[in-house]
Design a protein around this ligand. Structure first.
Ligand code: ADP
Ligand code: MG
Length: 697
């Protein structure tokens, strides 16, 4: 059983990690906490899931009794509570600060101590309470506990003002961090806010508003101007402009009319559309995008995994150092300077929380996933951002990826007694059941030219599609072949190979060559720019791989500036090429249209599909989906990923470096509690702000 909840309040990222571990210790349970969204996913694999879930709940409340499990979807109630909490916190911190200032100005006396003590408890009571609970649960590496010991210790050794200040900064820092995290969440939510919860169901006479879950495939719906299209479908009536920017990031409006496919999430511009629904709410494009982006933020990148491991070592090491500092050096000086060393040890405690890392790195990827999806690039996990940033070889599929996949018939040749019409007819019959882009184009041509003669499927038998070669079938009672030269040679047909600028479909019927049809595809307008941009960002190896013939591959490569091509390939040859490049230590991105490229998409380090706008196969088989079908988006995706990865690295290196330096300074008595607090709260804040840069262009 899978459950999903929202955790009411888990404010420290380190705690989220610890809690996740505690829950995972329960048998048959695997849990995943997303600190940024505060969602917890619990997978229970036991005989009695309900009982196990109760055990999970007990574990959570033992860990921190203030955490509640909320309905994952009910964001509003949660947000209201958060806001209220924030306001009360700001109020109590303000009062605490005023008391602190008064205390600071007073001479040391019991009055000063009193002011500071009140200020301290006002700023710290919730942290102290949390610390006590954590001790009860034997959770000693917790941030609240460390901060409590550090500040109480400071109080005891007479550093009253500093004690209060540590807690105040800690609290204020947390508020600011939360605000920053909220901002990024809102940005992502607005990207995902493309769902229309209801549809205007049309029953032939009237329209009624119905929830989208209740609509079946084949129902008719009406979409008014200004409304979002609630479900995927085909236009039955009406012509309008569609704004698809939420789906693809492209700002140009599309004109759509009868027979055109429309995707849920696009916004209807100018006039009423009647649409026949083609997919249920849960299978619609919108749901798939939302699922993908949400799941993406839950798949962790390597650097995220690194920091969770690092933080597990870091805290105990710093704590060990603190204990050492407090007790060992004073032994050698006969305890004369015990207080001095105790103070340094307390400063160590303040720096010992790895929060800056634990929060900022996942946040960087989270913000990055948002930025990418806004640009029309959906990634299936933070880990793919990392892989994308390291790509040094990009291999493009040809048909449907660099080219539009809309073939025009440019030449027909009939051999012997056959007529051109017969050749075209044979091709159209052979391609009837195929979904290949070649087939679709030929069928369209046939329909336009021979509109009076529909295809009679009774004449098509033993249909077989051979990937990368063509079609084999029995048509009009004769064994028929339509495909490339490889296919005919393999079947020992005698024919003369020709060299044409386009793709040649050779036709054989009854073991005899009867002619060929030449079809030509057009390049996508931004293919050339796409290749150029990849070169501009330093990717030296950009290649083409195709099942088409060498001369076609060569011509296209020259046209768009590719430095390498592989032609005459079967789908498994493409996989072998990718394998070889991976073996030679390259990070390979394969870009395909997802129709027969699934094995290559899966084999490459990162498989990028041209979304085919709603094509299931593409979304399933690839790691990254380009919603706009534009090859130039590959460069965009890599460029952005490099930047996101760089920000994450800056956060890791920066935070660790600052903490190490401050620990050094404090250890040698060159700095005090103030700098320690900066190394904790300040660095967290800087790292979070840096992470938010990943959201920008
Ligand atoms: P690409 O690698 O360019 O995407 P494919 O691997 O799909 O191309 O196909 C390679 C070649 O196989 C095509 O250029 C064509 O000659 C032949 N072929 C594949 N499918 C068909 C088909 N349905 N009908 C005719 N020929 C086909
Ligand atoms: Mg293809």
């Amino acid at each position: 059983m899978d459950y999903k909840f929202k955790l009411s309040r888990i404010h420290c990222a380190g705690c989220a990690l610890a809690l996740e571990e505690n829950i995972n210790e329960i048998e048959g349970v695997s849990a995943q906490i997303n600190f940024v969204t505060r969602h917890i996913k619990i997978k229970i694999d036991t005989e009695n899931p309900a009982e196990t879930l109760t055990a999970v709940k007990i574990t959570i409340s033992k860990f921190d009794h203030s955490i509640e499990l909320l309905d994952a979807e009910d964001e509003d109630a949660d947000e209201k509570r958060e806001k209220l909490e924030r306001v009360t916190n700001i109020a109590r911190f303000s009062v605490s600060l005023i008391l602190l200032i008064v205390g600071f100005l007073l001479e040391v006396s019991w009055v000063k101590i009193l002011f500071c003590a009140v200020a301290y408890f006002l700023a710290a009571y919730d942290v102290l309470w949390g610390a006590i609970l954590n001790v009860k649960n034997k959770n000693i590496f917790d941030e609240k506990l460390l901060m409590s010991i550090a500040s109480l210790g400071a109080f005891v050794i007479g550093e009253f003002v500093e004690a209060v200040f540590v807690m105040l900064l800690f609290g204020v820092g947390e508020i600011l961090e939360n605000l920053a995290v909220d901002r990024s969440k809102h940005r992502i939510k607005s990207i995902l806010d493309i769902r229309q919860p209801y549809a205007n169901l049309y029953d032939g006479e009237n329209t009624t508003q119905v929830e989208i879950d209740k609509i079946a495939v084949g129902d008719f719906i009406i979409v008014k101007p200004g409304e979002k299209v609630p479900l995927d479908g085909v236009i039955i009536e009406g012509t309008s402009h569609l704004d698809v920017s939420a789906l693809t990031g492209e700002t140009k409006e599309r004109v759509v009319t009868n027979g055109d496919k429309v995707l849920s999430g696009s916004i209807n511009g100018s006039s009423v559309l009647k649409i026949k629904v083609t997919s249920l709410a849960k299978d619609s494009t919108v749901s798939r995008i939302i699922d993908m982006v949400q799941n993406a933020t839950e798949t962790k990148a390597k650097s995220e995994k690194f920091i969770s491991k690092f933080s597990k070592i870091y805290t105990p090491v710093v704590l060990g150092a603190a204990v050492f500092l407090a007790f060992i050096p004073p032994i050698f000086s006969g305890y004369a300077n015990f207080l001095d060393y105790a103070y340094r040890a307390l400063c160590f405690l303040v720096v010992s929380c790895p929060c800056a890392l634990v929060i900022s790195v996942p946040l960087t990827y989270f913000a990055g996933i948002g930025a990418l999806s806004r640009a029309g690039v959906l990634v299936k996990g933070a880990n793919y951002i990392e892989v994308l940033s390291k790509v040094d070889s990009v291999i493009f599929d040809k048909t449907g990826t660099l080219t539009k996949g809309e073939f025009e018939v440019t030449e027909i040749y009939a051999n012997g007694e056959h007529t051109e019409d017969e050749v075209v007819e044979l091709v159209a019959y052979a391609e009837n059941f195929s979904n290949h882009k070649i087939a679709r184009s030929v069928k369209k041509y046939y329909k336009e030219k021979f509109s009076k003669k529909p295809i009679n499927m009774a004449w098509i038998e033993d249909y077989e599609e051979i990937a990368g070669k063509g079609i084999k079938a029995t048509i009009f009672m004769s064994p028929t072949l339509v495909g490339n030269a490889k296919l005919l040679k393999e079947n020992e047909i005698r024919f003369v190979e020709v060299s044409k600028p386009g793709t040649v479909l050779y036709v054989a019927s009854g073991d005899e060559f009867v002619g060929y049809v030449v079809i030509e595809d057009t390049l996508k307008p931004d293919s050339k720019r796409g290749v150029q941009e990849l070169k501009n960002i330093g990717i030296k190896r950009v290649s083409l791989s195709t099942g088409d013939e060498t001369n076609v591959a060569k011509a296209i490569s020259a046209k768009i500036g590719l430095n390498n091509f592989y032609a005459d390939l079967l789908p498994e040859d493409k996989v072998a090429i990718i394998e070889k490049e991976i073996e030679s230590k390259k990070t390979v991105a394969f870009v395909g249209d997802g129709i027969n490229d699934a094995p290559s998409l899966a084999k490459a380090n990162v498989g990028i599909s041209m979304g085919g706008f709603g094509s299931d196969v593409a979304i399933e088989a690839s790691d990254v989906v380009v919603m706009t079908d534009e090859p130039s988006k590959v460069a965009t995706a890599i460029k952005k990923s490099k930047r996101i990865h760089k920000i994450a690295t800056q956060n890791i290196v920066g935070a660790i470096a600052i903490k190490a330096i401050v620990l050094g300074l404090v250890g040698f008595n060159l700095a005090g509690m103030w700098l320690a607090v900066f190394a904790d709260v300040g660095v967290s804040l800087l790292a979070v702000l840096n992470a938010l840069r990943a959201m920008l262009k």
